[in-house]
Design a protein around this ligand. Structure first.
Ligand code: PMP
Length: 451
């Protein structure tokens, strides 16, 4: 039984399976087929499906009150969640503005950064710098910042100016250099860009600590963000860390930026913050910034109807408590190592695997024609990533599309990011389906003469 009615799907004419239920790391469709959730949906269902404690918190709060409007009430769950987040975030990142999606969180971060400089009397500081090979959201402001070629193309004329910085993409260095001889040229480029545009015109620089949807867990080298932060500070430019994908434990630290020991001025969260149990996201702002706004116009010019609603707050709080209580961060690191070893073995076996990168339980796999002889990408027209994802799904494995954004090249890449609760046996299952899927795809590509 397939229900296909008038719900607009990502691809209008594609038939999607109808989900029935989820349990742990598996999803089941109405025909009883099981899918191993190898990417937590959109790197979101971080604690797996059907967690009893979260469902209980959801019901308890629904019995009390689900919705109150943020300019009329605050609530215990929202206040407790704010405290919980502040106890996780580094430095003086203590002030939390709740929204409902990663895109909204980044829109809020942009506005707070611009408002901060306005309150300080620097009205010209209103540009937000960003990198190519990035994704910050689908709303027009967040999309303006996004260096994701295929997603921004259609709206290019409506968007604000494009990103300005090359990505820290060591596998295909935009400067044809290699680490450490490069001396972090990709970070140094920020200094040049700032000089060209003028620090007096720039409010902030935004980056994903580990690049997600636009490249597949592309991980900058050591000291990269330390250098970025230094340059930002020296030029009076705020640093915004977009932790929508990397936050809340996904990379084995509480936040992706913790791997570099750098404290951003603003941090955005989404996805794993509520692990898919409710729409919830946030912009976390430093005490310093809020103090300036408090002394100025006293109110942040942003917000949505559902911001800080008690229902979503209670659910997110239960998710964060669950991660602490079950010590899931340790598990992310342990299982991440196990998964990464298994994927390295697949790389030895399959010549179309070019690169494997990432941290914790956030991994990217980039595909090339033949990694034994070079890094030549597949032609875009072959839609290799789509083929792989479809075949994996047929085989009962979900993986995430991270292709199409690599400096205008093919850039076939997927993300593997299972829920933190995945067992070693389940990782073995994931790897065996992935192995078989890549074998089938390779066979087909040989048959078609593509490789
Ligand atoms: N930032 C990053 C780093 C993301 O990965 C995403 C979603 N893929 C977003 C922002 C946008 O989040 P949302 O889809 O919830 O608006």
């Amino acid at each position: 039984m397939e229900l296909q009615t008038n719900v607009i799907k990502p691809y209008l004419d594609q038939v999607y399976p109808t989900v029935s239920h989820g349990s742990g790391v598996y999803l089941y469709d109405v025909n009883g087929k099981a899918y191993l959730d190898g990417c937590s949906g959109a790197v979101t269902a971080n604690i797996g499906h059907g967690v009893r404690e979260v469902i209980q918190a959801m019901c308890d709060q629904a019995h009390k009150v689900s919705f109150t409007y943020r300019s009329q009430f605050t609530s215990e769950p929202a206040e407790q969640l704010g405290e919980k987040i502040a106890s996780w975030t580094p430095g003086d990142l203590n002030q939390v503005f709740f929204v409902n999606s990663g895109s909204e969180a980044n829109e809020t971060a942009m506005k707070v950064a611009i408002q901060y400089w306005q309150e300080k009397g620097c009205k010209g500081k209103n540009k937000i710098l960003s990198r190519w090979m990035s994704y910050h959201g689908i709303t027009l402001g967040a999309l303006s910042l996004s260096g994701h070629i295929s997603r921004r193309k259609r709206f290019a004329s409506t968007l604000e100016p494009a990103p300005v910085l090359e990505p820290p993409y060591c596998y295909r260095c935009p400067f044809n250099l290699s680490y450490p001889d490069c001396r972090l040229h990709c970070a140094e480029q920020l200094e040049t860009v700032i000089q060209r545009i003028g620090a007096e015109n720039i409010a902030a620089f935004i980056a994903e600590p580990i690049i997600g949807a636009a490249g597949g867990a592309v991980t900058p080298p050591p000291q990269y963000y330390n250098r970025i932060k230094e340059i930002c500070e020296r030029n009076d430019i705020l640093f915004i860390a977009d932790e929508v994908m990397t936050g809340n434990g996904r990379t084995g630290e509480r936040f992706g930026i913790d791997h570099w020991g750098v404290i951003p001025d603003i941090m955005t969260l989404g996805k794993g913050m509520s692990a898919g149990y409710t729409p919830m996201a946030a912009a976390i702002v430093s005490d310093r910034i809020i103090e300036v706004i408090r002394e100025g116009s006293q109110s942040i010019m942003s917000g949505h109807t559902y911001s800080a609603n008690p229902q979503s707050a209670a659910v997110s709080l239960a998710v964060m408590n669950y991660i602490d209580e079950q010590q899931l961060l340790n598990q992310v690191n342990e299982r991440g190592l196990y998964l990464s070893r298994g994927m390295q073995q697949l790389k030895q076996k399959h010549s179309i695997i070019g690169d494997i990168r990432g941290k914790g339980l956030l991994y990217g796999i980039e595909f090339v024609k033949n990694s034994r002889v070079g890094k030549s990408p597949f032609p875009l027209s072959e839609k290799i990533t789509d083929q792989l994802i479809n075949q994996a799904m047929k085989n009962g494995l979900l993986v995430y599309n991270a292709s199409g954004a690599v400096n205008g090249q093919a850039g076939d890449a997927i993300i593997i990011a299972p829920p933190f609760v995945i067992s070693e046996r389940e990782i073995d299952h994931l790897l065996s389906i992935l192995d078989e899927t890549i074998r089938q795809l390779t066979e087909e590509l040989i048959e078609k003469g593509v490789i």
